[in-house]
Design a binder for this molecule. Structure first.
Ligand code: CMC
Length: 374
């Protein structure tokens, strides 16, 4: 007999994993045993990718090997570029990304095979996402076509692909840290979607296509864009109180606050807050930091809610000049590592994910033929 309904699968333990642990009471996030604070302070996105995929930190040679591999895998087939050129420049970049990953599976079927060997596909996708986004952004922003640019870290390549410029040292580190912080987050909705798809023994690219569609929603990855819309609506620190209270009175959600698992501040938010301020200081623009500081005070006082990482990621990207509708795609360009690590884990310990529902509809209706229904 099915048990009690857990709406939204809240607190349901669906599987065992060795990838990521969230301590929601203490506000801790652990990747493969390592605290996110230590990784954000001393590691790089490539090193964290290695850690998530292979379950341990790389040696120097292994890390250099992964860097080279990712760099070598950046270009995408011309046929894919042509497909993407057919999409209107007005398209939502998350739709473009989802379409591109789906199409890439058609052009590179050998990379998509389900099974432990799909680590090659994981690296291929991770390397290709900045290129896909860059090609789209350059076309709509009238920037020159994307040319290969060697010796850039993954983070620096992402900025170059999107903005046609290399980031400053501070910007490169800020984006690298943002990518580290977004790389995985246990069984969040998009990762769960990827694992559900993989659990049917479907291929890696199908699983990531499911994940991208799931990340797009404003309750998940789309929240950072809405935070920036809210800051724009607020405009100045003296209006924070009025706008936030108005939203709460209308029972609107304040984007960038609250979390299903964290009952205290999201540790990623704490780290990104520091980077938003550092970047703001370097650019002599503390507007976002000041507004956010006040928003945090008011939301906490009024609702007792704490910030999540989406509250600050938008400010970091906006200060670098990344267009707002690319914030969620940038999230995807990092989370693809976590998604693929989870898909690999799923293949390794496969069990079809198929919950059940509690049926509350009728069961004894009599079918009336169409002709007799009037
Ligand atoms: N603004 C206003 N009220 C909120 C918010 C919020 N951001 N978050 C939760 N609440 C209230 C909610 O209205 C409810 O109040 P009441 O019990 O009076 O009806 C209570 O808190 C519990 O909310 P819930 O919806 O049951 O909690 P949940 O676990 O389903 O929510 C959440 C998690 C992230 C969907 C929610 O906090 C939210 O909608 N936040 C805004 C969107 C956001 O910032 N998303 C990014 C999440 S972190 C990055 C990621 O995973 O992508």
């Amino acid at each position: 007999m099915p048990g009690e309904v857990q709406r939204g699968l809240e607190d349901v333990v669906a599987l065992e994993s060795r990838i990521c642990f969230i301590d929601g009471q203490q506000g801790r996030l652990i990747y493969r045993g390592f605290d996110i604070r230590e990784l954000a302070a001393g590691s790089t996105f490539e090193e964290v990718s290695y850690l998530l995929w292979y379950g341990r930190l790389p040696t120097r040679t292994e890390l250099a090997g992964l860097r080279q591999r990712l760099e070598a895998l950046r270009s995408v087939p011309e046929a894919l570029s042509r497909e993407l050129e057919a999409l209107p420049v007005s398209a939502n970049p998350m739709d473009v990304l989802r379409t591109a990953v789906s199409a890439l599976a058609v052009f590179e079927p050998e990379e998509t095979a389900p099974g432990p060997s799909s680590i090659g596909g994981a690296q291929r996708l991770t390397a290709a996402l900045p290129t896909i986004l860059g090609e789209f952004q350059r076309r709509r922003a009238h920037l020159p076509p994307l040319e290969p640019r060697p010796n850039l870290s993954h983070a620096a390549y992402l900025v170059y692909a999107l903005l046609d410029r290399e980031p400053s040292e501070l910007e490169a580190r800020a984006i690298d840290v943002a990518l580290i912080l977004h790389a995985d987050h246990e069984l969040n909705a998009s990762t769960f979607a990827a694992r559900v798809t993989a659990s049917t023994l479907s291929d890696l690219y199908s699983a990531i296509t499911s994940a991208i569609g799931t990340l797009k929603g404003p309750l998940h990855g789309g929240a950072n864009e809405r935070v920036m819309e809210m800051l724009e609506e607020i405009g100045s620190v003296d209006r924070v109180e009025e706008v936030v209270k108005g939203k709460l009175a209308r029972h609107e959600r304040i984007m960038g606050f609250g979390h299903r698992v964290y009952k205290v501040e999201d540790p990623r938010a704490t780290i990104l807050r520091g980077w938003a301020r550092r970047l703001g200081e370097a650019k002599a623009d503390l507007r976002y930091s000041e507004l956010l500081e006040r928003v945090v005070q008011v939301v906490h006082r009024e609702k007792g809610l704490y910030p999540n990482l989406d509250l600050y990621s938008g400010a970091v990207y906006a200060l670098m000049g990344i267009p707002r509708d690319l914030f969620t795609p940038v999230f995807a360009a990092s989370r693809v590592v976590g998604w693929t690590a989870h898909v690999l884990e799923e293949y390794d310990d496969l069990r079809l994910i198929r919950p059940t529902s509690s049926y509350v509809g009728p069961t004894d209706l009599s079918y009336v033929p169409l002709g007799e229904r009037g």
